[in-house]
Design a binder for this molecule. Structure first.
Ligand code: FCX
Length: 434
């Protein structure tokens, strides 16, 4: 079938059985333990969440439904021969676990196109915001204003049986994913281009249309946007945006509400906002030292950042322990499309300089670059120079992962999340007894 929902529906019963069996036969087995350090330290390393769409290996990086990023670049359908994958193909993979054919990916493109019209009131909500409102705040607000149309919320109100929840959650998720490029582009055009909106193209795919509606038509830019929208989609369940979406969804808040929660988390500088921070930091470097910076000058600049009590944005990771493959594939793209671009060369130099310094601090667990260290360079090259918008592009992509998992969470009947918290006194008491 080329119908995403039908293909998904076929898969659900077997997965429900699989989970039931896992719970019944192995429910009391330990996956890991929780130390005092982990409880205080942001729950690092506690395997305590079910997340089907992707899995992160500390050394190797992310795999989407078992496929690494280079594998996806090879296997997923593309808009052009030898080009980058289209995100619609990834959406099919995340939802069904199977690499789609070109026809299947094309049917997702068409299905999203049909759902892409953004209601007028959303534009009015965007227009009413304070002109200095950060684009991420605008995104979350616009998404919340769409919630009035939630099919899941309506179905729940009218008493739908819980075994059917996944269906309206799927509908909401597709409606939302379909509208996100138009909303993001409207935020971009309102904030930086005087509100002059660009119509969607009926011949472009979902990711390329985002660039088009932002006002960019260069073929390289469209390819970059397809890649960008593919690689930011998912990073297993524990990161702030995924976990926030998952947590809020577990209360049976609909996809609009739960994804908006994820986006307000993505807007934090230690998470998605790092892509904005990287660009600002690079701009500081260039202003202070120029483009022909030497490694020694770069070292001094990095140390100055650390000594002033700030993080080096774009480096480090809570789980990964090697260079992020999402960084690597962007570096490969840059080498191919913009080998002489000064900002690319500066970024490549940072790769030589920063890890050794972070290692020298003796405390940074992963001194290597993450996804956010490279994305701004690609955007700048194609003229998307407004860094305060970058996290919105991350957020649009993130919808593919967190909303696919959201559909599965309801299909699998996952319960409301409610981990146990403790006071310091309670922890002291427990360790005294141990
Ligand atoms: N620069 C300076 N110090 C860093 C650092 C960096 N890039 N990365 C980690 N550290 C510091 C931490 O701040 C912490 O210091 P402290 O003990 O004084 O509080 C110490 O090293 C140990 O932290 P570590 O265990 O290595 O890292 P965490 O899991 O606590 O944090 C993040 C992970 C990603 C938050 C951290 O590496 C960081 O702040 N990086 C810079 C911001 C960034 O790039 N975020 C984007 C990450 C990601 F890819 C995404 O979500 O988009």
């Amino acid at each position: 079938t080329t119908d995403l929902k039908a293909s998904l529906a076929e898969k659900i019963p077997a997965e429900q059985e699989r989970l039931k069996k896992l719970k019944k036969e192995h429910g009391s087995k330990e996956l890991g333990s929780c130390t005092v350090e982990a409880a205080i330290g942001g729950m690092r390393g506690i395997p305590a969440m079910l997340w089907e769409t992707s899995l992160l290996d500390a050394e190797e990086g992310i795999r989407f439904r078992g496929h690494s990023i280079p594998e996806l670049q090879e296997k997923l359908p593309k808009a052009k021969e030898g080009g980058e994958p289209i995100p619609e193909g990834l959406l099919w993979l995340l939802m069904t676990g199977e690499v789609p054919s070109s026809e299947q990916a094309a049917s997702v493109t068409e299905m999203l196109r049909q759902r892409s019209k953004v209601p007028d009131h959303v534009y009015r909500v965007l227009a009413a915001q304070h002109p200095n409102t950060h684009p991420m705040t605008q995104l979350a607000t616009a998404v919340l204003s769409l919630q009035v149309d939630s099919k899941f919320a309506a179905a729940y109100r009218s008493g739908m049986h819980k075994s059917k929840y996944w269906d309206p959650v799927f509908e909401d998720s597709m409606d939302l994913i379909a509208k996100l490029p138009t909303i993001a582009a409207a935020i971009y055009r309102n904030t930086y281009k005087g509100g002059d909106l660009v119509e969607a193209s009926s011949s472009l795919d979902w990711g390329a249309n985002l660039a088009h509606m932002m006002g960019f038509t260069d073929d390289g830019c469209l390819e970059m946007m397809r890649l960008y929208q593919t690689i930011h989609a998912d990073h297993e369940g524990g990161n702030v945006s995924a976990h926030a979406t998952h947590l809020v969804g577990s209360a049976l808040s609909d996809p609009y509400l739960s994804y908006a929660a994820g986006m307000t988390g993505l807007a934090g500088p230690l998470h998605g906002l790092a892509n904005q921070e990287v660009l600002r930091w690079l701009t500081d470097v260039r202003q202070q030292v120029g483009d022909d910076v030497t490694k020694e000058q770069m070292r001094e600049f990095v140390w100055a950042t650390l000594k002033s009590g700030k993080v080096v944005p774009g480096f480090g990771h809570a789980v990964l322990r090697k260079t992020d493959p999402r960084y690597t594939c962007q570096a490969v793209f840059a080498r191919r499309h913009m080998p002489d671009y000064p900002l690319y060369r500066l970024t490549a130099m940072l790769y030589d300089v920063v890890p050794d310094i972070l290692k020298e601090t003796g405390k940074v667990k992963n001194p290597y670059p993450n996804v956010d260290a490279h994305s701004g360079v690609l955007l700048q090259y194609y003229g998307i120079t407004e860094e305060s918008f970058y996290t919105v592009l991350f957020g649009v992509s993130r919808a593919l992962g967190v909303l696919s998992q959201g559909v599965w969470s309801r299909a699998l009947g996952l319960p409301i999340e409610r981990p146990k918290s403790l006071t310091m006194a309670a922890i002291e008491q427990r360790v005294a007894q141990a």
